[in-house]
Write a protein that binds this ligand. Structure first.
Ligand code: NAP
Ligand code: MG
Length: 500
């Protein structure tokens, strides 16, 4: 790691960090009823940067009550779609106007390089808010021509209504804290729902700043509530709360299953965006240099802490050595350092716990017979840094091929033919995404239907669009966020049959 030349924090960020952190429940900024707090750490140093409330079930209960009151209240209930659109556009403007501060908060809390926080996290949050704002006025049911058989003399008229599902509970992870908060809040508001959001304990600051901007945008009190706290306390209380109508979760498959079960006890609607072990498949016609850069980017972006990270690289055996050599060269050249250093390409992992988890996996890979071509299980003395790591020589059942690591660890394997690669690509419990790299169109088109994944990229990886549905097959989740399909997740359909 090079000596950091850090970008100084803006005054706004310094001010935000200095002010006491409270949760937004209804119109009020509150401490936890118990008075307990949690600490937020800067992953580049391990230093505490803020403390914030540790909510428990009683706090969650207040937030759900506030969201229910807002949902049933006049101001939100009577708001027209165009009013909701205006609120979302105003929130987009507020986020954009505070982009630098939000990016700095994200870098301090999560560790990611400031440039990515600004250009990816914050910019995409602004774009998504504007995209979703347009949906408010375009949510519609359909009219049907009934063929009711029995009494032909009667005439009928039938149509469907789309109604907001109600109060939404949202639980989110730490890898894109602001952006994923917006991915939950925006569709909830567009459809007329109200929401209680629980950010991840490791990265709660961006959601608290966003909550201030929600009020500045004039969104009625109680429509958006933010409770901070631990997953097994605040998160579990929210998922199991009888007062919510829908739970939306992004995070690990293990916790997703627990949330799904809790939701089912109350028949709460549930959508889950979970983990992945996405394959990157490269055929023998790829341009070796750009393929290597693409494979490196697919796994190392955001320090590999991406649900759709391309963590399994499969390269046709004819070009395997050349592509791998290129990936290793990129990995060895990447600058690992603090997110506030403009030269850093890879920031630290989010937490000491995540660092331990990732280095544990690397050691396991070596124990199971893998060879380390780049990186190592060593970490820095200060901060949660780890080098981009490339492993080869592991079989299909190896832990590093089967389990989600959520770190900058790539496992590379050669393949020979299309049947072999179709089987290997699908041979994990996950099915979030995959990428295929080739300009042989018929080969690409033959492989796409054989891949069990919610998204397949061709000659790129990790490219999301606000209009493109995103979600998982198999144990990568239930439901599709983004695009038209997000409207389904936040609405109920009511069928109306009328005898004329
Ligand atoms: P996680 O445990 O699934 O956490 C995600 C969210 O769920 C956090 O807000 C967490 O709260 C909360 N949570 C934890 N236990 C809960 C429970 N029993 N009931 C309700 N909510 C609960 O993920 P993580 O600990 O942050 O990371 C662990 C692994 O999950 C990663 O290594 C990675 O494999 C995977 N992950 C996947 C994604 C993705 O986008 N698919 C994102 C992040 C992580 P607290 O964190 O505040 O305790
Ligand atoms: Mg956690």
């Amino acid at each position: 790691m090079n000596a950091p030349a850090e970008t100084p924090l803006s005054e706004a960020t310094v001010r935000f960090l200095a002010q006491p952190k409270k949760m937004l429940i209804g119109a009020e900024w509150r401490d936890a009823l118990s008075g307990r707090t949690l600490e937020s750490r800067n992953p580049a140093t391990g230093d505490v940067i803020a403390t914030f409330p540790a909510a428990a079930a009683a706090d969650v209960d207040l937030a759900v009550q506030a969201a229910r009151a807002a949902f049933s209240g006049k101001e939100w209930g009577k708001a027209r779609p165009i009013d909701r659109e205006r609120w979302l556009l105003r929130l987009a403007d507020r986020v954009e106007a505070n982009a630098q501060e939000l990016a700095e908060i994200e870098t301090l809390d999560n560790g990611k390089p400031l440039m990515f926080a600004r250009r990816v996290d914050v910019q995409q949050a602004v774009d998504f808010l504007r995209y979703v704002a347009g949906w408010c006025t375009k949510i519609e049911g359909s009219t049907l021509t009934p063929s009711v058989p029995a009494l032909r003399k009667n005439e009928y008229f039938a149509y469907t209504l789309r109604e907001p599902v109600g109060v939404v509970g949202a639980i989110i992870p730490w890898n894109f804290p602001l952006l994923i908060a917006v991915w939950k809040i925006a569709p909830a508001l567009a459809t007329g729902c109200t929401i209680v959001l629980k950010p991840a304990e490791e990265t709660s600051l961006a959601a608290l700043r966003l909550a201030e901007l929600v009020l500045e945008a004039g969104i009625p009190a109680g429509v958006v509530n933010v409770v901070t706290g631990l997953g097994h306390e605040a998160g579990a209380a929210l998922a199991a709360h009888r007062g919510i109508d829908k739970v939306t979760f992004t995070g690990s498959t293990e916790v997703g299953k627990r949330i799904g079960k809790a939701a089912m006890d109350n028949m709460t609607r549930v959508s889950l965006e979970l983990g992945g072990k996405s394959p990157v498949i490269m055929f023998d016609d790829v341009d070796v240099k750009s393929a290597a850069a693409g494979a490196a980017n697919a796994i190392f972006f955001n320090s590999g802490q991406v649900c759709a990270a391309g963590s399994r690289l499969y390269v046709h055996k004819r070009v395997f050595d050349q592509v791998l050599e290129g990936v290793v060269a990129v990995a060895n050249k990447m600058r690992v350092g603090p997110g506030l250093d403009p030269g850093s390409q890879i920031g630290p992992l989010v937490s000491a716990k995540q660092l331990q988890r990732v280095t544990g996996y690397i050691r396991k890979g070596v124990e199971e017979g893998g060879s380390l071509l780049a990186g190592s299980a060593e970490s820095a003395d200060k901060g949660y840094f780890i080098k981009p790591t490339v492993v080869t020589g592991l079989g299909e059942q190896a832990t590093l091929i089967q389990e989600e690591i959520f770190g900058p660890v790539l496992v590379a394997t050669p393949f020979d033919d299309i049947d072999e690669i179709a089987a290997a690509a699908n041979a994990t419990p996950y099915g979030l995404a995959a990428s295929i790299w080739s300009n042989d169109l018929s080969r690409v088109h033959r492989l796409i239907p054989r891949i069990q994944a919610g998204t397949v990229w061709v000659n790129c990886h990790g490219v999301l669009d606000n209009a493109m549905p995103f979600g998982g097959y198999k144990q990568s989740g239930i439901g599709r966020e983004m695009g038209r399909s997000m409207i389904d997740l936040f609405t109920e359909t009511k069928s109306v049959m009328m005898q004329l």
